[in-house]
Design a protein around this ligand. Structure first.
Ligand SMILES: NC(=O)c1ccc[n+]([C@@H]2O[C@H](COP(=O)([O-])OP(=O)(O)OC[C@H]3O[C@@H](n4cnc5c(N)ncnc54)[C@H](OP(=O)(O)O)[C@@H]3O)[C@@H](O)[C@H]2O)c1
Length: 306
């Protein structure tokens, strides 16, 4: 099958999931407590969240372990576990996409997650040397063996995605995308659409910025944006707040509702540091934006799709 002839059905996943890099991700974030991590996962599952997005590198296995522990008390078959690997501990955590490494990484993740299958396994980052279709072929063997159900890639350029998908075997792509980081709209999303590949945006809340809890005075925390970009964002969020209020919703809930209404997004996986944030974000499922409100939010952040 050529990449043009992919006729598979697009993977259907719940509209809202949970990002878990602050669950056990001690190597990535300061002052995290495992007790909060456990509580975040429990709160998500108790609230009906059925998709957990984790990775080896979140705590070098700790996030997967916490999820595995909690899942012992829940029905495994009702939860979609997405995890990722590539960072090779024996090479100072540089990406490794070699078939032997990926197969070993999946076996180790299965142990930490205390399960016998992973629903979605992503190659977390591309390495510089492995042919991407060869890496995916290794994942396809794991799929045939029942160890993983769907094949994903993350942080791949469009060219790398095309190479990975040479035999039409890529099911899902996770990449940086948010209302303030819209590069994927130009070429990547149309290609994924054409190939029936699901798309998961990461950093949907721009690491908290799009919750509306920051002001102009906090620009230094988000210095990847110029002063003018940052001002545009804060002003736009004031408008989102007004839209949210019409639905008794917070800024974060209105923003999450926007992703859930966007047909290009297969799911949205906001992260949470504490269980209260999970509760707040789950409530976004009750917010249905009108077509006009959806368009207004889209237009408010139009500068970021140029
Ligand atoms: N594939 C990849 O390479 C990759 C890269 C990055 C992330 N991811 C995945 O994508 C997920 C989402 O990204 P992310 O978690 O980094 O960023 P995000 O979803 O944009 O932001 C999440 C952060 O915003 C704050 N927050 C969440 N809900 C809130 C609420 N209702 N009110 C106020 N603050 C709230 C929390 O941080 P504070 O409380 O600290 O403010 C939370 O950790 C990750 O968890 C991870 O699973 C994947």
């Amino acid at each position: 099958m050529t990449e043009k002839s992919a006729n598979k059905t697009k993977l259907q996943i719940p509209k809202l999931g949970l990002g878990t890099n602050k669950v056990g991700g001690h190597n990535l974030f300061k002052n995290l407590e495992d007790s909060n991590g456990y509580a975040v996962i429990r709160q998500a599952l108790d609230s009906g969240i059925q998709l957990l997005d984790t990775a080896f590198i979140y705590g070098k296995g700790r996030s997967e372990e916490i999820i595995g522990d909690v899942l012992q008390d829940y029905d495994r078959s009702k939860v979609i576990i997405a995890t990722k690997a590539a960072q090779d501990p024996s090479q100072d955590f540089a990406p490794n996409n070699k078939p032997e490494f990926l197969k070993k990484a999946v076996d180790e993740a299965l142990k930490r997650l205390k399960t016998d299958y992973i629903d979605i396994f992503y190659i977390h980052f591309p390495d510089e040397t492995t042919a991407k279709d060869e890496a995916v072929a290794a994942l396809n063997e794991l799929k045939q063996a029942g160890k993983i159900k769907y094949i994903g890639v993350s942080n791949f350029s469009l060219e790398q995605i095309k190479e990975a998908n040479r035999n039409g075997q890529v099911d899902i792509v996770e990449d940086h995308y948010s209302l303030v980081h819209r590069d994927a709209e130009k070429e990547m999303l149309p290609y994924l659409q054409e190939q029936n590949i699901a798309f998961v945006p990461y950093f949907p809340l721009a690491s908290g910025l799009l919750t509306g809890k920051y002001t102009l005075a906090d620009h230094a925390k988000f210095d990847n944006f110029t002063t003018s970009e940052y001002e545009t964002i804060i002003k736009a969020l004031d408008e989102v707040k007004i839209i949210g209020e019409k639905h008794n919703a917070t800024v974060a809930q209105a923003i999450l509702a926007w992703y859930m209404a966007n047909p290009m997004m297969s799911t949205v996986i906001p992260g949470a540091r504490v269980p209260e944030q999970v509760t707040m974000n789950v409530a976004a499922l009750n917010v249905t934006l009108t077509a006009e409100e959806y368009k207004t939010i889209d237009n408010l952040f139009a500068d970021f799709s140029k």
